[in-house]
Design a protein around this ligand. Structure first.
Ligand code: FPP
Length: 247
């Protein structure tokens, strides 16, 4: 089945979030080291960016490195950071010419100066692009993000720029890393694991979850289209009953 042709363009998820899992297992199956898996994972990153543009998705958020991932062996952490730098170097021109606006969500302060500088240059260069908003979650965790939002709100309340009666769900969203963006409507996780691993905890409240046994380096744009197709054939009720949605 050609999933792209069969997508309903009027019912596309505005925002797709992905947990790219299974690089290590993919490499192990091939008798290679974990970094070989991550390197091949970048091909799938390319695939989902291209696929999102071709399908007309406006926001794509990829979980590249969690706060918990800092606990991995230092060689793997270093390899992942180098991969990020080299990916930005090799892909930036093409991303830019395809209208991709890059954004990072996460605790940037923990990243090395080298990574921070590369990222800042890429963000600045692509800041006026409109085709696809690409968020890379780097040194990110959902609980950290929520706690940071609470601290900022407490501070604004204390210094008098925010009154307590103005605090509601929308305002809270504006204090998150994804301020101004629609919430993800579809979450994809590869590799057969079925958990959200501290990812976008506030924003995923009403997202549809799609789990696939495919390991991340095997995930292609066709698999992305299939996930969107399945999402479009689910009934999203937002707490209502089926008849209310159909009417
Ligand atoms: C999870 O697989 C994957 C990661 C922690 C890193 C994801 C990084 C990339 C796909 C490449 C770089 C990204 C960009 C945006 C250029 P795992 O290592 O947990 O796999 P396992 O569960 O099989 O061990």
């Amino acid at each position: 089945m050609n999933y792209l042709e069969n997508l309903d363009k009027s019912k596309l998820p505005k925002h797709i979030a992905i947990i790219m899992d299974g690089n290590g297992r993919w490499a192990k199956q091939k008798g290679k080291n974990r970094l070989y898996g991550h390197k091949n994972g970048t091909k799938s990153v390319r695939q989902v960016i291209e696929g999102s543009i071709e399908a007309g998705i406006k926001y794509l958020t990829l979980y590249a490195f969690s706060k918990e991932n800092w606990k991995r062996p230092s060689k793997e952490v270093e390899g992942l950071m180098n991969l990020l730098i080299s990916s930005i170097e090799s892909e930036l021109e093409e991303l830019h010419s395809n209208g991709v606006k890059l954004n990072i969500i996460g605790d940037m302060c923990r990243l090395s100066d080298k990574v921070q500088n590369k990222v800042k240059i890429a963000i600045e260069k692509t800041k006026n692009n409109k085709t696809l908003n690409l968020n890379i979650a780097l040194s990110y965790s959902g609980r950290w993000e929520i706690v940071e939002a609470v601290k900022k709100i407490a501070n604004d309340t204390k210094n008098g720029t925010l009154s307590i009666d103005k605090i509601n769900e929308e305002l809270f969203s504006d204090y998150l890393e994804t301020a101004g963006m629609p919430d993800p409507e579809l979450l994809i996780r590869t590799s057969g694991e079925q958990r959200i691993s501290n990812y976008l905890l506030y924003q995923l409240a009403y997202a549809e979850f799609y789990f696939t046994p495919l390991l991340w380096p095997d995930f292609s744009k066709e698999d992305l289209y299939e996930a969107i197709f399945i999402y479009q054939n689910r009934e999203r009720r937002f707490g209502k009953i089926s008849e209310q949605i159909k009417n």
